[in-house]
Design a protein around this ligand. Structure first.
Ligand SMILES: Nc1ncnc2c1ncn2[C@@H]1O[C@H](COP(=O)(O)OP(=O)(O)OP(=O)(O)O)[C@@H](O)[C@H]1O
Ligand SMILES: [Mg+2]
Length: 342
């Protein structure tokens, strides 16, 4: 097998880069107006051996374009990609020999062939004979719950089955890295979990996955690290746990004896734009995020000046969805975990 299981994988600490994306940029021209759309702008990140890296971003962020650039389905305007140190533009076939990809949509399979024939067909494309892969094909069909459907034509399979089959096809290539564009998109909850379990199994075997998604829960569930992109740019490249911790240290709930007056609230909003007054509970609660720990003094000062008595002060837990919304939708700046407690 061309891939190796490293100690780093076994201990869960992946550090060695398999894919290096360096300052990739790609723009498209809109068909009618001829206006340029900058789909990917100066994007750099690494995918490390044995990890599942989540490329996370909202619709139109540039995820699919990035994945297509990595597997050379698109050529960049500038920047480069290396796979195990091999440049994908200089030595295309050798670099791409380490990668297989499942792109969004349904072009990953050959529609007029059965599930099993697809596996044979694509293995053949990678130079592997039917005889060589027969056992593996049957094992994959079994493992992915597709054994009963093995002789059915692909266009009669459900979307979830097609997605699982496309992943099986990618696995059969025995490549070290698998790129998956939105692998759980449009799947029902059950099949979505099944696919996640399959992906965990793939990295346990020592392979590496780069997946794109707009679904925070997929990243929170599967990935130790995430690269968040928005408008074609990298907003964050960090461990998911660091991101959550960072926002946890920033988010506070201040219980008040009574609601602050309109004027005091106005001053609070001017100082802390994201402040929210929650009136649902027995006492009003002010929810606020502090960029720096020292901002707490200012918050308390403003409350004191507004005669709002503080009954309690708690750090609040945040979920990843909240972090994502703040980072991407509201453009909150992020300085990395090192700044979490400055
Ligand atoms: N072939 C193309 N021609 C013109 N514009 C394109 C082309 N492909 C992508 N774009 C534009 O580039 C931007 C990024 O698109 P991309 O498909 O990479 O986003 P995405 O993050 O995959 O979004 P989604 O979550 O919707 O799949 C969008 O503005 C899109 O309209
Ligand atoms: Mg996409």
């Amino acid at each position: 097998m061309p891939f190796r299981t490293r100690a780093a994988t076994l201990t869960g600490i992946a550090t060695e880069p398999v894919i290096e994306v360096k300052s990739l940029s790609k723009s498209f021209r809109k068909r009618k107006s001829r206006e340029r759309v900058q789909a990917v702008a100066d994007v750099s990140f690494d995918v490390r051996r044995g990890e599942i890296l989540g490329l996370l971003g909202p619709n139109g962020a540039g995820k699919t374009t990035t994945i297509k650039l990595i597997c050379s389905l698109l050529l960049p305007d500038s920047g480069r990609v290396t796979v195990n140190g091999i440049d994908t533009q200089r030595d295309r076939s050798r670099a791409l020999g380490h990668i297989s990809a499942v792109l969004e949509g349904n072009r990953n399979l050959y529609w007029r062939l059965s599930a099993r024939e697809n596996l044979y067909y694509f293995a053949g494309n990678r130079g592997r004979s039917k005889r060589q892969v027969r056992e593996e094909v049957d094992r994959l069909l079994e493992q992915f719950g597709l054994a009963e459907k093995r002789n059915e034509l692909v266009n009669t399979l459900s979307r979830g089955m097609q997605q699982k089959l496309a992943i099986a096809v990618a696995l059969l290539a025995h490549s070290e890295v698998i790129l998956l564009d939105e692998p759980t998109l449009g799947l029902d909850v059950e099949t979505g979990y099944e696919v996640r379990e399959i992906l965990r199994g793939i990295v346990r075997e020592g392979r590496t996955i780069l997946l794109s998604t707009h679904d925070m829960s997929v990243v929170q569930d599967l990935c130790r690290r995430t690269v968040v992109i928005n408008d074609g740019r990298v907003v964050v490249d960090d461990e998911v746990a660091n991101l959550l911790r960072l926002f946890e240290t920033r988010a506070y709930a201040v219980e008040l004896a009574e609601e602050p007056g309109a004027e005091a609230l106005g001053r609070l909003r001017a100082a802390f734009p994201a402040v929210e007054l929650d009136r649902d509970g027995a006492t009003p609660v002010l929810r606020v995020e502090l960029e720096h720990a020292a901002d707490m003094y200012e918050l308390i000062e403003l409350l004191r000046a507004g005669s709002a008595r503080i009954e309690g002060l708690n750090r609040t837990t945040v979920n990843f969805e909240h972090v994502f919304r703040r980072l991407v939708r509201e453009g909150v700046s992020y300085g990395g975990a090192a700044h979490a407690i400055d």
